[in-house]
Design a protein around this ligand. Structure first.
Ligand SMILES: [Zn+2]
Ligand SMILES: [Zn+2]
Length: 499
């Protein structure tokens, strides 16, 4: 009989532990488990659960659970590092992470010092004759760990087009906005996120210059703004060009020398953190007006650069057109012609997210629209790597641009390669939201063909334009762009490659 009761008690205990702090489905085993018991002797006392952090760690995650809640046992939680107090969440959080530049609210970001740390538990209440079991599971991550989550909603597979802005600034670098009495002050991060939601975006990258202090604000905001994917990032501003590191959850070293090896170090760091690199506004002039704005950096392996910002909102705003002398399109096409497969993207480069008028390109102008498998930072970044992406200059949610190439049973979408093995190859482009104007097919030698949209076949509210490539006209790559009735580029697609 006693055996049965003991088993039942153990079973209920295990249930209590399981429900107290559910583990993520794909979570690895903890590096450290600190388990123990408390009794009434611990009532209204504190206890340090000591553990050791080795050299070279970059974040610490703690998940805490305990039994006896149904008997009104309560255990509070905090953290101490070798230098002192690191935070206190009492009874309000059963799981938290601290890292150099971000931490779960209640905790403090800062260096992960090697040495003696402690999960500090406080016991506001445990009744007489009650024994409660606790378990602290601790994960220590080094710099080679998988990218940290900033606490946004968990993503389920949901393939689809997602539109967003890949280049925005906040008051953590040089963005300012009007405060409540109209004075310009460093702009808080949430204002940029509100602007992105107001622009109808599905994702926004916050890319402050050369710092990582915005990460802690993003860590606080990501769970709240669960209707937009927030991508952490940095615009690494060097004397030899600007590059966005998208997905970075640590500080990226910007103090590069002029040698190619220096950019290799940046690419190494980005790859290690699961981030991707985009070269920004590469053809801007570089000089005393804007130091290092144009790209003069040496890159020894362009295949490691995922994207080129071919459309920069701030520059369009100044030039009045996408096709200005500082456009990034020719820079990108030169790389395509050298055999690199790099995704063209856009970014507003907004520095005043609250402004409704004035010199700034609004957040979302241009929008980069990405086919991605899930609504998460890694989903969007993978989509950019894959290259089924188009740029919508005016961020009109009704607009869409897609293209595919078929040879018999084989098919390729934007960003992919078609191994045709012969001709003819049929190209089909679908355009939504633009009814007058023209679609232009462009290859290494320039325009290959164009089609009037007003005369195009219409299917499901989309204009469908087609092109047949013969063996003689097979280009190394082909992309499509759409001009409106006035001749301005409004949609710009990525290439399909031919082998
Ligand atoms: Zn820049
Ligand atoms: Zn910028």
């Amino acid at each position: 009989m006693m055996g049965y009761v003991m088993k039942l008690v153990l079973f209920l205990l295990s249930l209590a532990l399981a429900f107290a702090a559910p583990a993520a489905a794909d979570e690895r085993e903890p590096d450290i488990v600190l388990a123990g018991e408390i009794t009434h002797a611990d009532h209204q006392t504190y206890r340090d659960l000591v553990f050791d952090v080795p050299e070279g760690m970059s974040r610490v995650t703690v998940a805490f659970s305990y039994s006896g809640r149904e008997e009104r046992t309560t255990i509070d939680l905090g953290l101490r590092d070798p230098a002192g107090f690191r935070g206190w969440s009492g009874g309000n959080k059963s799981r938290f992470t601290v890292a150099e530049f971000f931490a779960t609210p209640s905790y403090r970001p800062g260096p992960i010092l090697p040495g003696e740390w402690a999960v500090v538990i406080g016991v506001p209440n445990i009744r007489e004759d009650v024994t409660a079991r606790y378990e602290a599971r601790i994960w220590l991550d080094g710099p080679d760990a998988a990218p940290a989550s900033l606490g946004g909603p968990a993503a389920a597979p949901a393939p689809g087009w997602r539109r967003g802005d890949l280049h925005t600034h906040t008051g953590h670098s040089d963005a300012s906005c009007a405060n409540r009495s109209g004075m310009h002050v460093p702009c808080p991060v949430h204002v940029a996120i509100e602007a992105a939601i107001g622009a109808g975006l599905d994702f926004v990258a916050i890319t402050d210059h050369n710092t990582a202090t915005h990460l802690n604000a993003l860590r606080e905001l990501a769970p709240y703004y669960d209707d937009i994917v927030i991508i952490p990032g940095a615009e690494v501003t060097t004397f030899h060009g600007h590059a966005n590191v998208l997905g970075a959850t640590e500080w990226i070293d910007f103090q590069l020398s002029s040698e190619a090896a220096a950019f290799t170090a940046l690419l190494d760091q980005a790859e290690r953190t699961g981030a991707i690199v985009s070269v920004n506004h590469p053809r801007l002039p570089s000089g005393e007006d804007c130091m290092g704005c144009g790209w003069t950096g040496e890159v020894d392996d362009w295949s490691r650069v995922a994207a080129i910002e071919v459309v920069n909102g701030a520059t369009i705003r100044r030039a009045g057109t996408v096709e200005h002398p500082f456009s990034g399109i020719p820079f990108w096409e030169d790389l395509l012609n050298d055999g690199h497969r790099i995704t063209a993207i856009g970014g507003s480069d907004n520095h005043d997210p609250a402004a409704r008028s004035g010199p700034q390109a609004p957040v979302g102008s241009p929008a980069t629209v990405v086919w991605s498998l899930e609504a998460s930072p890694s989903g969007v970044l993978d989509g950019i790597r894959q290259g089924r992406v188009f740029i919508d200059i005016a961020n009109d949610p009704d607009r869409l641009l897609d293209m595919k190439a078929t040879f018999g049973e084989r098919e390729a979408v934007m960003g992919a390669a078609l191994v045709s093995g012969g001709a003819p190859v049929e190209i089909t482009a679908e355009i939504a939201g633009v009814s007058a104007g023209r679609a232009e097919f462009i290859g290494p030698e320039g325009a290959v063909a164009e089609s009037s949209l007003s005369e195009a076949e219409v299917s499901d509210d989309r204009r469908v334009v087609r092109l047949t490539l013969s063996a003689q006209t097979m280009p190394a790559w082909l992309r499509v762009q759409v001009r409106d009735a006035e001749g301005a580029i409004v949609l710009l697609g990525n290439p399909i490659y031919f082998e």
